[in-house]
Design a protein around this ligand. Structure first.
Ligand code: ZN
Length: 410
């Protein structure tokens, strides 16, 4: 039998293992915030990884890092790293986050039981991303059971806090060189779609300053709300300009291939009806395509505000709240080709390499220059929503894709 057929047969025979492990993961509510159950779930994962013959290591994110990001430091943020050291030159790093978002809305089943119904396993985190963690472990376990000899080392990490940005989980591990990676694999698209990067983001706040006065004698003040209207109108014109750019990368929805800029998601101002408002501020959410960079995106906004200030006489101040560049991996990179031909094998259709609108922990690797892809097991697209579930069949298929990706790498 060829490599793929052996892998396929082995994985198809381990459906009950996949169901069981995913259930056990769902039954530990690793809800974030606040970030609970981390010790418990990493203990379970560590046991599982040791069982399949990997060496493991727990690394706790230091409290100083948690403090820096204003994260509750009473709850330990545990990172688990596991190695299948093959004495090879290069290492594939596979990462999964085990934290889940809080339960909101209207669940028809218990979110932390792991109910199995019609081939779907329900629970908070089933799709994002405990089912996929099962696929990752199943893939490595399968290769080991079959005595397959990949030409790369494999390192796995299971990390917290992706749902609050990842700076205190995988982001920290990557920044501090706690992991080994020549290639990366993390969550992303599913089926025949593979993600190869994501758009960038810049959050800013524009403060418009005026001078307060009683509304009965408005000529004594300067209205900051009027200033805001001028600024917002000028920025709307900028938005028309930036929307003329289009990324060369393919995306699921063609409408996502342009930069975007949302104004006014947050608004703040003086709160009095009979006053000339002295201070109004509004937010900007700017999304960047890989062909753009953060500093020129910032400069574009500053220039608009400057000329608006010149024309209107109003004063503006821009503050960056958060920013992260777009990341994209060349579709011809070895990891893209390895994952692509794995997908082709499993689904017998042409793989699609796509850029995602939003980012995952994968961006930390790509930012560091490590070519990486994102790929996940399929659910009902109700992640972060009610009645989240994962298809058992997809956990198995995804494990096949992962296992084949490992075998395709050099
Ligand atoms: Zn996720």
């Amino acid at each position: 039998m060829n490599v793929y057929n052996l892998i396929k047969k082995e994985i198809n025979g381990r459906k009950s293992y996949a169901v069981n492990l995913t259930k056990r993961l769902i039954r530990i509510p690793t809800v974030n915030p606040p970030g609970e159950g981390y010790g418990k779930i990493t203990a379970l994962l560590e046991k599982e990884l040791k069982k399949i013959g990997l060496t493991t290591k727990r690394v706790v994110t230091p409290r100083t890092v948690l403090k820096k990001y204003n994260i509750d430091d009473r709850l330990p943020r545990v990172n688990l790293i596991a190695d299948w050291q093959r004495g090879r030159k290069r290492t594939l790093h596979i990462n999964g986050h085990y934290d889940v978002v809080p339960v909101t809305g209207d669940w028809k089943v218990s979110p932390f039981k792991g109910l199995l119904r019609n081939g779907k396993l329900y629970g908070r985190g089933a799709e994002d991303m405990k089912g996929t963690i099962t696929s990752m472990i199943l893939a490595v376990s399968t290769l080991k059971r079959l005595d397959m000899l990949p030409e790369v080392n494999v390192q796995l990490s299971f990390t917290p806090d992706e749902e609050i940005g990842g700076m205190t989980g995988f982001g920290w591990l990557v920044k501090e060189d706690k992991i080994r990676a020549d290639y990366g694999l993390s969550e992303g698209y599913t089926g025949k779609c593979i993600s190869c990067g994501n758009k960038g983001i810049m959050w800013a706040r524009i403060e418009c300053r005026g001078k307060s006065a009683h509304a009965s004698v408005p000529y004594k003040g300067v209205n900051s709300f009027d200033a805001m209207i001028e600024a917002a109108n000028a920025l709307k014109k900028l938005r028309v300009r930036i929307k003329k750019r289009k990324t060369a990368f393919k995306m699921k929805n063609d409408r996502d291939r342009f930069p975007s800029m949302v104004l006014g998601g947050e608004l703040e101002g003086d709160n009095k009806v009979n006053m000339v408002p002295s201070r109004v501020s509004f937010s900007i959410d700017r999304r960047l395509i890989p062909e753009e960079n953060l500093s020129s995106a910032k400069r574009e906004i500053e220039d608009v505000l400057k000329s608006c200030s010149k024309k209107s006489g109003h004063k503006f101040k821009m503050r960056i709240l958060a920013q992260d560049p777009a990341v994209a991996v060349n579709p011809n990179a070895m990891i893209c080709r390895a994952a692509g031909s794995a997908v082709k094998k499993v689904f017998k259709s042409t793989p699609k390499l796509l850029l995602m609108p939003g980012g995952t922990d994968m961006r930390y690797l790509v930012k560091k220059g490590i070519p990486s892809v994102g790929y996940s097991a399929r659910g009902g697209e109700n992640w972060h929503s009610d009645n989240e579930f994962i298809y058992i069949k997809s956990i198995l298929d995804t494990a096949k894709v992962y296992a084949m990706t490992v075998m395709n790498l050099k």
